[in-house]
Design a protein around this ligand. Structure first.
Ligand SMILES: [Mn+2]
Length: 244
């Protein structure tokens, strides 16, 4: 018997008939920069929605603001590998976490740590959003299978705990697709949006949109409009340097 609260690993959102839907890359404690990108795009919190590939915390100066952002009714992130450290803060590899920007968490009081873990445990692994052009998926790092229906089945009714763990790890950690330049895409989706691997500008491989343009580091935040699949700022067709 487990005391873990079961939350859906995949969440579906109906089409936004009132405003626009956007997706953004990894945040890593840089909510002010993200806010500036939203304002530059004319984001309207009354009708627009922001979906996020996760990694809300670690590395940046505003990690504590993550709970305020999770309370915003228009902000919908999936769970990144860093967010998963928070969920499992009492059992994870703390040394690895601290080496990767997690020291801020050790500065929280035990009740604050619990509050973070409870909130972050509610983050789904995957989100799917209905848009006029078809279904758009959001995952932190990658879709480990070739079809969205198969991923949904793996997340909702896994064959075994071991199989589920393998799928979750690849959803949150994999760089296989971007490193291989794999353009085969994911069947059953109009588009999949992922982050996790910082790039000089967004990369589109098949129907998979890699949108972490290192706004948390030395780059900028990209906002992908989920209806038009256009980026703000737009992708430069001649970037003048190699992204690799
Ligand atoms: Mn990541």
């Amino acid at each position: 018997m487990t005391t873990t609260i079961e939350v859906p690993r995949i969440q579906r959102f109906a089409a936004n008939t009132a405003g626009r839907d956007f997706a953004a890359g990894d945040i890593h404690g840089h909510f002010s920069r993200l806010q500036a990108a939203l304002e530059a795009a004319g984001f309207d919190p009354v009708v627009d929605r922001l979906f996020s590939v996760g990694d809300l915390i670690d590395r940046g100066p505003e990690c504590r603001d993550a709970l305020d952002w999770l309370a915003k009714p228009w902000f919908h992130p999936v769970r990144g590998n860093h967010d998963d450290f928070v969920v499992h803060f009492d059992t994870c590899d703390v040394f690895s976490w601290i080496c990767n920007g997690g020291s801020w968490f050790t500065g929280l009081s035990p009740p604050e740590q619990q509050a973070f873990a409870l909130q972050f445990a509610e983050l789904p692994i995957a989100i799917e959003i209905e848009t006029p052009g078809g279904l758009v998926g959001i995952i932190h790092a990658d879709c480990p299978v070739s079809s969205w229906d198969q991923l949904r089945a793996e997340l909702q009714s896994p064959e075994s705990d071991k199989q589920l763990r393998a799928v979750l790890l690849r959803c949150m950690w994999s760089r296989t697709r971007i490193q291989a330049g794999d353009t085969r895409g994911v069947h059953g989706l109009r588009a999949l949006v992922v982050g996790h691997t910082p790039l000089r500008q967004p990369a589109v491989l098949g129907n998979v949109y890699h949108v972490d343009t290192a706004g948390w580091l030395d780059g900028y935040f990209t906002l992908l409009d989920l209806t038009t699949l256009q980026c703000i700022p737009p992708i430069d067709p001649e970037p003048g340097f190699d992204q690799a």
